[in-house]
Design a protein around this ligand. Structure first.
Ligand code: GAL
Length: 988
């Protein structure tokens, strides 16, 4: 391109982009060396600087920085709470946008990739706050500590720059003289920086000072740092304690009679720490400084890799884990201590014993709670460069020496901060950063600093540098092959030998997005069978939905794309076991059942129950057992069950009472239920909290009547001009449509094979293939209606526009006078090869006054063929509204599988409809159609119609976890084939 002649003679450069301060590879400047968080616990004074700070947001990084001057007048600035993320502040109408907007991308960077530069459009928050150092601090030092700032920040005190830092979820300390009097702290935060290239985790981008800020007084000789080494030798039952400290001092553990110098070790009999028995000893560290002794929480435990297993205190452990991001719907990553504790209580109450801190070190208080409650923790570095994958890994920091210092800095700050937590049993270097030599540098450093924990980094699939094999989302058969040490060989023989003799866990599996994850029980069976496969960590704990308000005031949970992001990843950010408000999803209840620490199986014939203790360490003495016997959903007798002592890993047999029921009670399906519940209150749940249960059949007396296949048909059809009646059923003669059942109007009964695709089906599963086959837009043509042998027959052809394949569907109606039996025969016609279906059943519409459902079958929650472990056989009663599961992205939900019978009534119990299965069916009741559910993208899109829709299904497909991982296992896939099924309808 040639320049216009007028400016040809000389060029005046007006702007040339040079990397700016926040676009350098340096991670930090002017900061103190990292150290253990527990070093801050001394009794010396500390001042929280959390609170309202003056705040100004600019949309570029180059706004003048004169605001840092001590005498700068910020009186016209806004006020913003610290800690918080500025994009999450909403106005009084609940609307975002005052300080920019949150944005969600999973893998892709939200800006052009050009290391180490970032866009000019770079939201920049300037903060100011005044603080006062008390007279009593004079003579010592003060430490200004930031627990987390996203993503780059620079700090001034009284106008003098102290330095800058990156590493959003890592602490930074600046040391200042403790000069008594008033001071001003100024902080500039850039949302984007070179460091953003290292923080491409799958989550919302949430800039700001989002964790605590504090000023800590450090008197002379105060603890700078300390390292508690507390191991346990399971062969002797003794623990060894050594505390390294700077400066040197003294350690006492009164309960153990320990009184040693730092650097000195002592070995003595102790009770070990484990996630099941989180025994902590209180110690004190004294460095001789006035007014400061440091409390220690000491847990003795030893982690080793041996026999291709991770062993703690000599035993193989099984991780029943979950990946936890920090998230609260209104606070983002500024989680409160109450939330952290609530998360842990929920995890423990749902039998979860392990947590991977995906994908950064959590708020330090979380790890204190893990020590105290007992959870195995995989602590992970704040490092992910996944977006480079989309650039074919060009310039990936993981393999670029320009970034080595920054990556080491991140690893060091994690290890130093968290090294004293017994709960942390594995160091993870980061997530999805591809591979490269910097992984080696990080691993080497960790080994040199702390050889007491194995190292994990999932993408080091060949185990070049790390100790644990953990390829995420592998399918069941692949995990099984690993269990058998039969995984495909690596080309490098030495690496292959190393890997084949290393332990394996799935650092991520069972993508809990929407309805699912399916297939958990099958994974668990593999983990329990093969010692090498040590469990996994479900992806993930919580849906990161952000509350957004419609003009009419209704709120829904927003996800990627709801904030106008130029590129985004939709609802992939909502893939947790708990909903954004932390209500357990059906997936969490299923997980709780699958990973229950007690296996309960029984045999009514021999009157015995086998109790298997699946804990790795604990006995079952903390549990009490009870039994109940129910028939047809009614508990007829119950009592406590005496269970002998069962050591970890062992089984025992208990005897059931010998019960003879009077004949009047002995009709119906009988079931024994045996329950293990907490015998004493714990920190996470009260006495009686159910930990595990099992059911097994007691007695089955076949029901009589239309629910069986050999019912004598007594009612003859009556054919009039417009109608046909059979028993309680009235049909339109022209097309054979059922229009009433007794007084109850019924409409639109037809075959349905479609369901609103689940997230797992939309992302990676079969939804696109189903739509291509037209399953979501089937036409129903009535081909013939006739009466024969006391039955009304209606034959239809069900097929999609543009396709010639069809499901020939014949409805056969008959009656015994009181009930109406529907038999549906489906015969696929044409070429169905390779086509699966999501469900097979009928749907019918009923008046909207119906509101309540009582049923006998598994429940009370939903269940699909590969997610129905948590349903307990019994009689259940729920409103139709409560039968819905409000997944953040609306989708198929709410089916109750294996229902024997159900009654649908008005809310005051007024009459409705009873359905009996032959022998069972899956039931779904909703106030909207399948098409409505399919169309909706947010919960508020669903508005009740003036009808209730009941789906009575012979079968549903499994839900699998194909959004990441396998789809439904073969046994849970539905393929069209000639099929018949029946239900009996009865007016109530
Ligand atoms: C994994 C990744 C997680 C998350 C998940 C999909 O590959 O490590 O951070 O993105 O996929 O939800």
């Amino acid at each position: 391109m040639s320049l216009p002649p007028t400016i040809l003679p000389s060029i005046t450069a007006l702007h040339t982009h040079h990397p700016r301060e926040h676009e350098t590879f340096a991670p930090q400047a002017g900061v103190a060396a990292p150290r253990a968080f527990s070093s801050l616990r001394g009794s010396s004074a500390a001042l929280s600087l959390n609170g309202d700070w003056a705040f100004r947001l600019s949309d570029r990084a180059d706004a003048p920085d004169d605001f840092a001057a001590a005498d700068y007048d910020a009186s016209n600035w806004d006020t913003l709470a610290v800690p918080s993320s500025w994009v999450l502040h909403r106005d009084e109408h609940g609307q975002y946008g005052r300080y920019g907007l949150p944005a969600y991308q999973n893998i892709k960077f939200p800006f052009p990739v050009d290391v180490p530069c970032v866009p000019d459009a770079n939201p920049t928050g300037d903060y100011r706050v005044a603080f006062e150092i008390p007279e009593s601090w004079s003579g010592g030092k003060a430490v200004l500590r930031f627990e987390g700032v996203e993503s780059w920040f620079k700090v001034w005190v009284d106008g003098a720059p102290l330095g800058f830092s990156t590493g959003s979820r890592l602490p930074t300390e600046f040391v200042i003289p403790a000069t008594a009097g008033k001071h001003t702290l100024a902080v500039r935060v850039h949302q984007w920086s070179a460091a953003s290239y290292l923080e491409d985790q799958d989550q919302w981008w949430l800039p700001g000072i989002f964790r605590d800020v504090a000023l800590l007084y450090r008197p002379p000789r105060a603890v700078v740092d300390h390292f508690v080494h507390a191991s346990y030798d399971h062969t002797t039952g003794k623990g060894t304690l050594k505390v390294d400290c700077e400066p040197a001092g003294h350690v006492t553990v009164p309960e153990l009679g320990v009184d040693i110098a730092t650097g000195e070790s002592v070995t003595l009999a102790v009770a070990p720490w484990s996630a099941e028995t989180p025994r902590l000893y209180d110690g004190l560290l004294d460095t001789g400084t006035s007014g400061e002794t440091l409390p220690l929480k000491i847990g003795f435990r030893t982690v080793v890799i041996e026999d291709a297993q991770i062993k703690v205190n000599g035993k193989r452990v099984l991780f029943k884990g979950v990946n936890r991001h920090e998230f609260e719907p209104t606070r983002g990553r500024s989680v409160t201590r109450e939330t952290m504790e609530h998360d842990i209580q929920l995890m423990k109450a749902h039998n979860i014993n392990a947590v991977r801190c995906s994908h950064y070190p959590p708020h330090p208080a979380f790890l204190d709670l893990c020590d105290a409650y007992g959870l195995w923790v995989v602590d992970e570095g704040d490092f992910e460069t996944h977006g480079f994958e989309l650039c074919r890994w060009r310039d990936n920091p993981t393999d670029d020496p320009r970034w080595t210092a920054a990556l080491l800095n991140r690893t060091q700050r994690m290890v130093e901060r968290d090294k004293n937590h017994p709960a942390v049993v594995v160091w993870s270097l980061g997530n999805e950063g591809g591979m490269g030599r910097n992984i080696g540098a990080m691993a080497d450093w960790v080994r040199s600093r702390d050889s007491s924990r194995p190292i994990h980094y999932e993408r080091d699939l060949e185990l070049r540098y790390v100790d644990i094999f953990s390829h995420m989302y592998l399918f069941h058969h692949q995990v099984e092959a690993i269990g058998q040490q039969k995984e495909p060989a690596l080309p490098d023989v030495a690496l292959d030998a190393k890997r084949r003799n290393s332990p394996y866990f799935l650092c991520e599996y069972a993508h809990a997005m929407g309805n699912g994850p399916g297939g958990l029980a099958e994974y668990q069976a593999i983990f329990e069978k093969y010692p090498r496969t040590q469990g996994g960590f479900v992806w993930e704990w919580i849906d990161h939905g952000l509350p957004k308000r419609l003009p009419d005031g209704r709120e829904y949970y927003a996800y990627g794309g709801d904030f106008g992001e130029e590129i985004h990843d939709s609802n992939f950010v909502c893939d947790g076991l708990v909903f954004p408000d932390r209500k357990p999803s059906p997936g969490l209840l299923e997980y709780k059942k699958v990973i229950a620490p007690v296996g309960i199986t029984g045999d009514a014939k021999s009157g015995t129950v086998t109790i298997k203790n699946k804990y790795d360490f604990a006995s079952l003495s903390g549990l009490e057992f009870s039994w109940s016997l129910s028939v047809g959903g009614q508990v007829v007798e119950s009592g406590t069950l005496a269970v002998p002592e069962v050591a970890a890993g062992a089984s025992a047999t208990a005897r059931l009472p010998d019960i003879t029921l009077p004949p009047s009670l002995a009709i119906g399906e009988g079931v024994w239920t045996v329950t293990a519940a907490l015998a004493k209150p714990t920190r996470y749940a009260g006495r009686g909290h159910e930990v595990a249960w099992g059911q097994f059949p007691a007695r089955f007396t076949a029901p009589t009547g239309l629910g069986t296949d050999h019912t004598p048909v007594v009612a003859q059809p009556t054919v009039k001009a417009d109608t046909v009646t059979i028993g309680p059923g009235t049909f339109r003669a022209s097309d054979g449509a059922l229009v009433a059942l007794g007084d109850l109007p019924v409409s639109d009964l037809h075959l349905e094979v479609w369901r609103a695709p689940t997230d797992n089906e939309r992302f990676g599963g079969d939804a696109a293939r189903w739509r291509a086959a037209g399953l979501d837009r089937l036409h129903h043509r009535t081909d013939a209606v006739w009466v024969q042998d006391a039955c009304l027959f209606v034959r239809t052809r069900v097929s999609a526009a543009a396709h010639d394949r069809a499901l020939q569907t014949t409805y056969r109606w008959s009656s015994d006078g009181s009930g109406l039996r529907l038999n549906v025969a489906v015969v696929p016609k044409g070429d169905w090869a390779g086509i699966t279906i999501p469900r097979l059943g009928v749907v019918l519409a009923l008046p909207s006054r119906l509101a309540q459902v009582r049923w006998f079958g598994p429940g009370p929650g939903e269940g699909y063929p590969d997610t129905k472990g948590a349903g307990k056989l019994g009689a259940h009663d729920l409103s139709i509204d409560d039968m819905q599961t409000a997944y953040v992205y609306p989708q198929e939900n709410g089916a109750r599988p294996d229902v024997r019978w159900a009654e649908v009534r008005g809310c005051e119990g007024e009459g409705g409809l009873r359905i009996d299965g032959v022998p069972s069916f899956a039931l779904t009741a909703r106030r909207w159609t399948t098409a409505d559910l399919d169309k909706a993208t947010h919960a508020t899109d669903l508005t009740p119609r003036d009808k209730v829709y009941l789906n009575l299904d012979k079968a549903h497909a499994g839900v699998g976890t194909a959004s990441c991982g396998p789809g439904p296992l073969p046994q849970y896939i539905l393929r069209p084939c000639p099929t018949e099924f029946s239900v009996v309808l009865r007016p109530l």
